[in-house]
Design a protein around this ligand. Structure first.
Ligand SMILES: [Zn+2]
Length: 389
């Protein structure tokens, strides 16, 4: 079994009772045994940045009825669970009902934390607006509230709207995006607005703020304002990573967005546009950013940003973190488990295989920590102590 805290692999028995790990050690017994010889047990994976309801609506946002958008999450959630992803933070798109459906057992899937919408100042990437039609709220759904705000008072109001509709996290769009008209080095949230977002989220049950930021200055300002994580961070620099390290801000790199697919996986030309025209330059900048952050002591947690790449390729992010991101295999596994749980404020409950923790377990074929081809190695998945795949 893998001890993600130390990166050590050791032979051990894992005793599961109910939804918890009861004990870890040598020579332990139980009512029922699963032979894991020649295999590796790791904690359930945690994806800190995904979009479980956007796989279908990405292509048909204006034509799908609401129910189709929501139900499109059902096969996505099943796919993620089959890969051993047992917890996700949805980075906008999923509503509180999707979270409820999994917790009630209506739908099989990872435990979901929701952010509902991407809050943005006027004209930001969460502001869906057309010069022909004006505001285009293609959700038209009170469970996914209006994310547009301006000013510090507006920032507090938008956090309150999201919390009222059940948001666990507040997702903020601080820069433009390579896929949506550029503006990657913009700073679209003022320090006063960011401070208000962070303070209001904190007042509301200690919620955290996750900030979409490609450019270094926006990432630096987010860190200084107390945002809990910077998402993507493709163009970080020394000052940005120093501010993040000092503030304890996590980086969720989502390398899957920019990196070429691992060997053996078909290229998907349809996805390449997400990285913009300058695919190779962005890929190199992104790798350099992650390495710079890691060297500065910034904490790094796994996030895929699926469905920029298909949800079925989610575990490729672990290989991207290990190799191109420079974390090595043990570091990448830690980013996808324990560090992710710490970012989500759930480390007391999950993220490693230890007595008292939730029995979210993945059984991998072979004993090695190699991160290549992980999806093909998954032989069993337990969520809350129950075998689900
Ligand atoms: Zn995203």
């Amino acid at each position: 079994m893998l001890d993600v805290a130390s990166g050590a692999v050791a032979r051990a028995d894992v005793v599961v009772a109910g939804d918890r790990v009861a004990a870890v050690g040598a020579g332990l017994d139980g009512d029922e045994a699963v032979d894991c010889a020649g295999q590796l047990v790791v904690p359930g994976f945690i994806d800190c940045h995904t979009h479980v309801t956007l796989a279908a609506s990405r292509d048909e946002p204006f034509t799908l009825p609401r129910s189709a958008r929501v139900l499109s999450a059902v096969p996505v959630l099943r796919t993620l669970l089959g890969l051993g992803v047992t917890t996700v933070r949805d980075a906008w798109g999923a509503d509180a009902g999707t979270r409820l459906a999994v917790r009630r057992g209506w739908v099989e899937g990872p435990d979901i934390l929701v952010s509902l919408r991407q809050v943005s100042t006027t004209g930001g990437i969460g502001d869906h607006w057309s010069p022909r039609l004006g505001p285009v709220d293609f959700f038209g759904d009170p469970a996914l509230p209006d994310p547009v705000f301006d000013g510090a008072d507006g920032a507090r109001a938008v956090v309150r709207r999201m919390v009222r509709a059940g948001a666990d996290w507040i997702k903020v769009a601080a820069t433009g995006s390579m896929a949506a008209g550029g503006g990657v080095t913009d700073r679209r949230i003022t320090p006063a607005e960011m401070a208000a977002l962070v303070d209001e989220a904190e007042r509301q049950g200690g919620r955290g703020v996750m900030v979409h930021a490609h450019g270094a200055r926006a990432a630096e300002e987010a860190a200084r304002a107390g945002a809990r994580s910077v998402e993507h961070g493709v163009f970080l620099d020394e000052a940005a990573v120093a501010a993040m390290a000092e503030a304890g801000t996590w980086l969720v790199p989502t390398l899957s967005v920019t990196q070429p697919r691992p060997p053996g996986q078909e290229a998907d030309p349809g996805a390449e546009f997400e990285a913009g025209d300058d695919v190779e330059a962005h890929a190199a900048a992104h790798r350099a950013s992650v390495r710079l952050a890691a060297e500065a002591g910034v904490r790094i947690a796994m996030g895929t940003d699926s469905p920029v790449r298909p949800h079925g390729e989610a575990l490729s992010e672990i290989a991207h973190l290990a190799g191109p991101g420079g974390l090595g295999a043990a570091g990448a596994f830690r980013a996808a488990t324990l560090e992710a749980a710490r970012l989500l404020g759930l480390a007391d409950d999950r993220g490693e295989i230890a007595a008292g923790k939730r029995a979210d377990l993945v059984l991998l074929d072979g004993e090695g920590l190699d991160t290549a081809g992980l999806a093909g190695r998954v032989r069993g998945v337990w969520r809350d102590g129950r075998r689900v795949a």
